[in-house]
Design a protein. Structure first.
Length: 42
C-alpha cells in the first residue's frame, strides 16, 4: 500500500497560467490539449 503513495500512478505537474484563469470546465477544456501533449508519446 505504501508504494501507491510513493510511486505515483498518474503523472503530476503544476503550471502557473496566471490570473484570469478560473478553476472551471471551460478553462480545463483549453488546458487539456496541452496536458495531453506533455504526457502522450509522439
Amino acid at each position: 500500500m505504501h508504494v501507491l503513495f510513493v510511486e505515483p500512478v498518474f503523472p503530476r505537474s503544476q503550471d502557473e497560467w496566471g490570473e484570469g484563469w478560473d478553476h472551471d470546465w471551460p478553462v480545463w477544456r483549453k488546458m487539456l490539449p496541452q496536458f495531453l501533449d506533455e504526457i502522450l508519446p509522439d
